[in-house]
Design a protein around this ligand. Structure first.
Ligand code: DAH
Length: 378
């Protein structure tokens, strides 16, 4: 029995030594020193584990030596060796757990990583001002029961011009305004093409649609961009009059620009409406007076300094919003609807323009420059 006791005593001694190394920190402080120390400790641990409990280790050696014992002594000897193996394995398992804990603690304290620091904040984005204005317009009209409609940005001449009563020699077909893909295909110059698509596919039924989208024109300066957004509206039914158009736009203008907003219609011409008008709203910077009021607060920088002529409306007191009118009977004829039975109204406004007016943005290129200093303001 002596060799068993002897191994147990040595095992206890070795384990104690290792344990005190783990408890006291295995190496001098500092990232690389601590890691070196951890490695040495694990290596020593593995060596001892193999030495005592490995296949060719001391405890297995004891079992192998059993043949040299008297047969009657063997059962007792075997039992004691097995107890020793269980004892050794439990010790190694406990020590391994302690070593792992110590390794984690030292890698946290020794490295430059400070797990207690707050993480990086990823700044949240926000909707582009034009997107906000577009969605505000759409949701207002959806609230009135209008349906959202869309039409192609690359379209046939028929939809962009011909069916809208724009004859082949009309100035808006001029190469200087229109991007031609080929003789018969264009990048749409306005969202009015949606009127033709929708009337062709929804025959003989009341129509109430709101249709935003991108449009293209050969144009590029401080207030024009070759690609911009419009929003189109079309209402068709029996007995729709210009008064319905006025009432609808009045509600919308007050929603969009404030409860004191007034509006006016100036006679105009569009081939697809008769009569046609330009709609203006009262300038909300100067309240229609042409002079920036005192106490106009944060709005003042965009309109001009208090008491100065209003820059937003160029002192006229009015802001142009866009074109509108009653659907021309010729358009009904082109799409195969009976102009004797149906009447309607339509309008088409520039979303870029409304955004610039609403927020007092002086240059249209801000809208597409993607400068965070600008975008963060919305
Ligand atoms: N499509 C016209 C343009 O881009 C705007 C327009 C005017 C649309 C009158 C309409 C309308 O629906 O009735 O200049």
């Amino acid at each position: 029995m002596q060799p068993i006791e002897e191994i147990r005593v040595r095992l206890d001694g070795d384990m104690q030594q290792l344990e005190s190394l783990v408890a006291g920190g295995s190496a001098p402080a500092g990232a690389s020193g601590a890691q070196e120390g951890d490695k040495a400790l694990s290596k020593r641990f593995e060596e001892l584990k193999v030495k005592y409990t490995g296949k060719k280790g001391e405890i297995s050696g004891l079992l192998r030596s059993m043949g040299t014992l008297a047969p009657e002594a063997r059962p007792e000897f075997g039992k004691l060796v097995n107890e020793l193996r269980d004892y050794a394995e439990a010790k190694f398992a406990a020590l391994q757990a302690k070593i792992q804990e110590a390794e984690i603690a030292s890698s946290l304290s020794g490295s430059t990583l400070d797990a207690t620091l707050p993480g990086y904040r990823i700044p949240a984005g926000s909707l582009h001002p034009m997107t906000q204005v577009r969605e505000e317009i759409i949701s207002f009209f959806q609230g009135l029961g209008f349906e959202l409609a869309l039409a192609p940005e690359v379209d046939n001449d028929w939809y962009n011009f011909e069916a809208l009563n724009i004859p082949p020699d009309h100035p808006s077909r001029d190469m200087h305004d229109t991007f031609y893909v080929d003789d018969k295909v264009v990048l749409r110059t306005h969202t009015s093409n949606v009127q033709v698509h929708y009337m062709e596919t929804h025959r003989d039924q009341p129509i109430r649609i709101i249709a935003p989208g991108f449009v293209y024109r050969v144009d590029n300066d401080a207030t024009h961009s070759p690609m911009f957004q419009q929003v189109e509206c079309l209402v068709v039914d029996k007995d729709i009059s210009f008064a319905h158009l006025k009432g609808t736009l009045f509600l919308w203008a007050r929603h969009m620009f404030g409860a004191e907003t007034t509006m006016r219609f100036r006679p105009s011409y569009f081939p697809f409406t008769e009569p046609s008008a330009e709609m203006d709203v009262s300038c909300y910077f100067c309240k229609g007076t042409g002079t920036v009021p005192t106490g106009s607060g944060t709005l003042a920088p965009a309109g001009g300094a208090p008491g100065q002529p209003c820059r937003t409306c160029k002192t006229t007191g009015w802001i142009e919003i866009g074109g509108c009118g009653s659907v021309d009977p010729n358009v009904f004829g082109k799409v195969g609807w009976d102009p004797e039975k149906y009447t309607g109204f339509a309008f088409g406004f520039g979303i870029d323009r409304i955004t610039m007016l609403k927020y007092g943005i002086p240059d249209i290129s801000h809208l597409t420059r993607n400068d965070n200093r600008f975008l963060r303001q919305f």
